[in-house]
Design a protein around this ligand. Structure first.
Ligand code: BG6
Ligand code: MG
Length: 216
Protein backbone atom coordinates (compact mmCIF):
# COMPACT_ATOMS: atom_id res chain seq x y z
CA UNK A 1 0.00 0.00 0.00
CA UNK A 2 1.42 3.33 -1.05
CA UNK A 3 2.00 6.11 1.44
CA UNK A 4 1.87 8.66 -1.38
CA UNK A 5 -1.45 10.48 -1.43
CA UNK A 6 -0.58 13.61 -3.43
CA UNK A 7 1.78 14.75 -6.16
CA UNK A 8 2.67 18.47 -6.19
CA UNK A 9 4.05 19.88 -9.44
CA UNK A 10 6.10 22.96 -10.13
CA UNK A 11 4.92 24.55 -13.41
CA UNK A 12 7.78 26.24 -15.27
CA UNK A 13 10.31 23.59 -16.29
CA UNK A 14 8.19 20.62 -15.15
CA UNK A 15 4.82 20.93 -16.95
CA UNK A 16 5.87 23.49 -19.59
CA UNK A 17 9.09 25.18 -20.64
CA UNK A 18 8.37 28.87 -20.22
CA UNK A 19 12.02 29.77 -19.45
CA UNK A 20 12.46 30.85 -23.06
CA UNK A 21 9.62 33.40 -22.77
CA UNK A 22 10.91 34.73 -19.45
CA UNK A 23 14.34 35.03 -21.11
CA UNK A 24 13.07 36.96 -24.14
CA UNK A 25 11.15 39.43 -21.97
CA UNK A 26 13.98 39.99 -19.46
CA UNK A 27 16.50 40.35 -22.30
CA UNK A 28 14.33 43.00 -23.95
CA UNK A 29 14.14 44.88 -20.65
CA UNK A 30 17.92 44.63 -20.06
CA UNK A 31 18.59 45.84 -23.61
CA UNK A 32 16.26 48.82 -23.08
CA UNK A 33 18.24 49.63 -19.94
CA UNK A 34 21.46 49.51 -21.98
CA UNK A 35 23.06 46.17 -21.13
CA UNK A 36 22.90 42.57 -22.30
CA UNK A 37 21.39 39.55 -20.58
CA UNK A 38 22.66 36.13 -21.64
CA UNK A 39 21.04 32.70 -21.61
CA UNK A 40 23.58 31.73 -18.97
CA UNK A 41 22.36 34.59 -16.74
CA UNK A 42 18.81 33.33 -17.32
CA UNK A 43 19.67 30.08 -15.51
CA UNK A 44 19.95 32.12 -12.28
CA UNK A 45 16.25 33.00 -12.52
CA UNK A 46 14.82 29.46 -12.44
CA UNK A 47 12.26 29.18 -9.67
CA UNK A 48 13.02 32.75 -8.56
CA UNK A 49 10.16 35.25 -8.04
CA UNK A 50 9.57 38.12 -10.48
CA UNK A 51 10.70 40.78 -7.98
CA UNK A 52 13.87 38.88 -7.10
CA UNK A 53 14.56 38.17 -10.80
CA UNK A 54 14.54 41.91 -11.51
CA UNK A 55 16.95 42.55 -8.63
CA UNK A 56 19.34 39.93 -10.06
CA UNK A 57 19.10 41.49 -13.54
CA UNK A 58 19.71 45.03 -12.29
CA UNK A 59 22.75 43.77 -10.38
CA UNK A 60 24.08 42.13 -13.58
CA UNK A 61 23.74 45.47 -15.39
CA UNK A 62 25.11 47.45 -12.46
CA UNK A 63 21.95 49.56 -12.54
CA UNK A 64 20.22 51.06 -9.48
CA UNK A 65 16.47 51.87 -9.52
CA UNK A 66 14.04 53.18 -6.92
CA UNK A 67 11.31 50.81 -5.64
CA UNK A 68 8.73 52.67 -7.78
CA UNK A 69 10.92 52.33 -10.89
CA UNK A 70 11.47 48.65 -10.11
CA UNK A 71 7.72 48.08 -9.88
CA UNK A 72 7.25 49.74 -13.28
CA UNK A 73 10.06 47.68 -14.86
CA UNK A 74 8.69 44.39 -13.48
CA UNK A 75 5.21 45.31 -14.79
CA UNK A 76 6.65 46.16 -18.22
CA UNK A 77 8.48 42.82 -18.42
CA UNK A 78 5.33 41.00 -17.31
CA UNK A 79 3.27 42.65 -20.05
CA UNK A 80 5.63 41.29 -22.72
CA UNK A 81 5.72 37.89 -21.00
CA UNK A 82 1.92 37.66 -20.76
CA UNK A 83 1.67 38.61 -24.42
CA UNK A 84 3.92 35.65 -25.31
CA UNK A 85 2.26 33.08 -23.06
CA UNK A 86 -1.16 34.10 -24.37
CA UNK A 87 -0.14 32.32 -27.61
CA UNK A 88 0.80 29.04 -25.89
CA UNK A 89 -0.94 25.84 -26.97
CA UNK A 90 -1.26 22.26 -25.62
CA UNK A 91 1.59 21.33 -28.01
CA UNK A 92 3.94 23.00 -25.51
CA UNK A 93 3.16 20.59 -22.66
CA UNK A 94 6.43 18.80 -21.79
CA UNK A 95 6.61 15.06 -22.67
CA UNK A 96 4.78 12.82 -20.20
CA UNK A 97 3.26 15.62 -18.11
CA UNK A 98 -0.36 15.18 -19.17
CA UNK A 99 -0.20 11.37 -18.99
CA UNK A 100 1.36 11.53 -15.52
CA UNK A 101 -1.40 13.82 -14.22
CA UNK A 102 -4.06 11.56 -15.73
CA UNK A 103 -2.50 8.48 -14.11
CA UNK A 104 -2.49 10.21 -10.71
CA UNK A 105 -6.17 10.94 -11.17
CA UNK A 106 -6.94 7.35 -12.22
CA UNK A 107 -5.04 5.98 -9.18
CA UNK A 108 -6.83 8.28 -6.72
CA UNK A 109 -3.72 10.35 -5.99
CA UNK A 110 -4.40 14.07 -5.47
CA UNK A 111 -2.67 16.58 -7.74
CA UNK A 112 -1.63 20.12 -6.86
CA UNK A 113 0.32 22.90 -8.51
CA UNK A 114 3.02 24.63 -6.47
CA UNK A 115 4.48 27.44 -8.55
CA UNK A 116 6.19 30.78 -7.89
CA UNK A 117 4.48 32.26 -10.95
CA UNK A 118 1.60 34.70 -10.73
CA UNK A 119 0.67 33.73 -14.29
CA UNK A 120 0.03 30.04 -13.68
CA UNK A 121 -3.74 30.16 -14.40
CA UNK A 122 -3.16 31.84 -17.76
CA UNK A 123 -0.65 29.14 -18.72
CA UNK A 124 -2.76 26.21 -17.47
CA UNK A 125 -5.80 27.51 -19.35
CA UNK A 126 -3.80 28.00 -22.55
CA UNK A 127 -2.35 24.48 -22.45
CA UNK A 128 -5.67 22.98 -21.32
CA UNK A 129 -4.48 21.28 -18.12
CA UNK A 130 -6.22 23.29 -15.38
CA UNK A 131 -8.91 20.61 -14.94
CA UNK A 132 -6.31 17.98 -13.96
CA UNK A 133 -5.30 19.79 -10.75
CA UNK A 134 -7.22 19.37 -7.48
CA UNK A 135 -5.55 22.51 -6.08
CA UNK A 136 -3.58 25.39 -7.56
CA UNK A 137 -1.20 27.32 -5.31
CA UNK A 138 0.99 29.93 -6.98
CA UNK A 139 2.77 33.25 -6.50
CA UNK A 140 -0.57 34.94 -5.81
CA UNK A 141 -1.10 32.86 -2.68
CA UNK A 142 2.26 32.90 -0.91
CA UNK A 143 4.36 35.48 0.89
CA UNK A 144 7.57 33.47 1.15
CA UNK A 145 9.51 32.32 -1.92
CA UNK A 146 11.13 28.91 -2.43
CA UNK A 147 13.30 27.54 -0.72
CA UNK A 148 10.68 28.37 1.91
CA UNK A 149 8.20 25.44 1.78
CA UNK A 150 5.08 27.66 2.04
CA UNK A 151 3.83 27.02 -1.52
CA UNK A 152 4.08 23.23 -1.14
CA UNK A 153 2.68 23.14 2.41
CA UNK A 154 -0.34 25.14 1.20
CA UNK A 155 -0.72 22.67 -1.68
CA UNK A 156 -0.69 19.69 0.71
CA UNK A 157 -3.20 21.41 2.99
CA UNK A 158 -5.47 22.27 0.06
CA UNK A 159 -5.76 18.60 -0.93
CA UNK A 160 -6.00 17.41 2.69
CA UNK A 161 -2.81 15.37 3.06
CA UNK A 162 0.27 15.58 5.30
CA UNK A 163 3.68 16.63 3.92
CA UNK A 164 5.03 13.10 4.43
CA UNK A 165 2.31 11.82 2.07
CA UNK A 166 3.44 14.16 -0.77
CA UNK A 167 5.93 13.95 -3.60
CA UNK A 168 7.07 17.19 -5.22
CA UNK A 169 8.30 17.51 -8.82
CA UNK A 170 10.79 20.36 -9.29
CA UNK A 171 13.39 21.59 -11.80
CA UNK A 172 14.95 24.36 -9.66
CA UNK A 173 17.45 23.95 -6.82
CA UNK A 174 15.44 26.35 -4.62
CA UNK A 175 12.32 24.27 -5.33
CA UNK A 176 14.00 20.99 -4.41
CA UNK A 177 15.15 22.60 -1.16
CA UNK A 178 11.63 23.94 -0.51
CA UNK A 179 10.21 20.41 -0.76
CA UNK A 180 12.89 19.04 1.60
CA UNK A 181 12.28 21.93 4.02
CA UNK A 182 8.59 21.01 3.99
CA UNK A 183 9.31 17.37 4.87
CA UNK A 184 8.30 16.07 1.44
CA UNK A 185 9.90 13.63 -0.98
CA UNK A 186 11.14 15.26 -4.18
CA UNK A 187 11.72 14.17 -7.76
CA UNK A 188 14.21 16.46 -9.50
CA UNK A 189 13.47 17.20 -13.15
CA UNK A 190 16.79 17.99 -14.83
CA UNK A 191 20.42 17.06 -14.24
CA UNK A 192 21.54 14.88 -11.29
CA UNK A 193 24.66 17.05 -10.95
CA UNK A 194 22.51 20.14 -10.38
CA UNK A 195 19.62 18.64 -8.35
CA UNK A 196 21.74 16.30 -6.20
CA UNK A 197 19.59 16.87 -3.09
CA UNK A 198 16.48 15.31 -4.68
CA UNK A 199 15.49 11.71 -3.83
CA UNK A 200 15.75 10.86 -7.52
CA UNK A 201 16.48 12.92 -10.65
CA UNK A 202 15.02 12.25 -14.10
CA UNK A 203 14.99 14.29 -17.31
CA UNK A 204 11.19 14.57 -17.46
CA UNK A 205 7.82 13.20 -16.35
CA UNK A 206 7.97 10.74 -19.24
CA UNK A 207 10.91 9.04 -17.50
CA UNK A 208 9.28 8.07 -14.20
CA UNK A 209 6.24 6.08 -13.06
CA UNK A 210 4.04 6.14 -9.96
CA UNK A 211 5.34 2.66 -9.08
CA UNK A 212 8.91 4.03 -8.92
CA UNK A 213 7.80 7.01 -6.85
CA UNK A 214 6.06 4.79 -4.32
CA UNK A 215 9.45 3.14 -3.61
CA UNK A 216 11.22 6.43 -2.74
C1 BG6 B 1 8.83 30.58 -11.74
C2 BG6 B 1 9.88 30.72 -12.82
O1 BG6 B 1 8.04 29.48 -11.97
O2 BG6 B 1 8.00 31.75 -11.73
C3 BG6 B 1 10.67 32.01 -12.63
O3 BG6 B 1 10.76 29.59 -12.74
C4 BG6 B 1 9.71 33.19 -12.58
O4 BG6 B 1 11.60 32.14 -13.67
C5 BG6 B 1 8.68 32.97 -11.48
O5 BG6 B 1 10.43 34.40 -12.33
C6 BG6 B 1 7.67 34.12 -11.39
O6 BG6 B 1 6.88 34.12 -12.53
P1 BG6 B 1 5.82 35.25 -12.94
O7 BG6 B 1 5.03 34.60 -14.04
O8 BG6 B 1 4.99 35.53 -11.74
O9 BG6 B 1 6.60 36.44 -13.38
MG1 MG C 1 10.47 25.53 -12.27
Amino acid sequence: MSTIKACIFDLDGVIVDTAVYHYKAWKRLANELGFDFTEEDNEKLKGVSRVRSLEIILAIGGVTKTPAEQAELAARKNEWYVDMISHMTPAEILPGAKAFLETCRAEGIKTALGSASKNSMTILNKIGLAHLFDAIVDGNHVSKAKPDPEVFLKGAQAVGVTPAECVVFEDAIAGVQAAINGGMKVVGIGLPSVLAEANIVVSGLDKITLAEIEKL
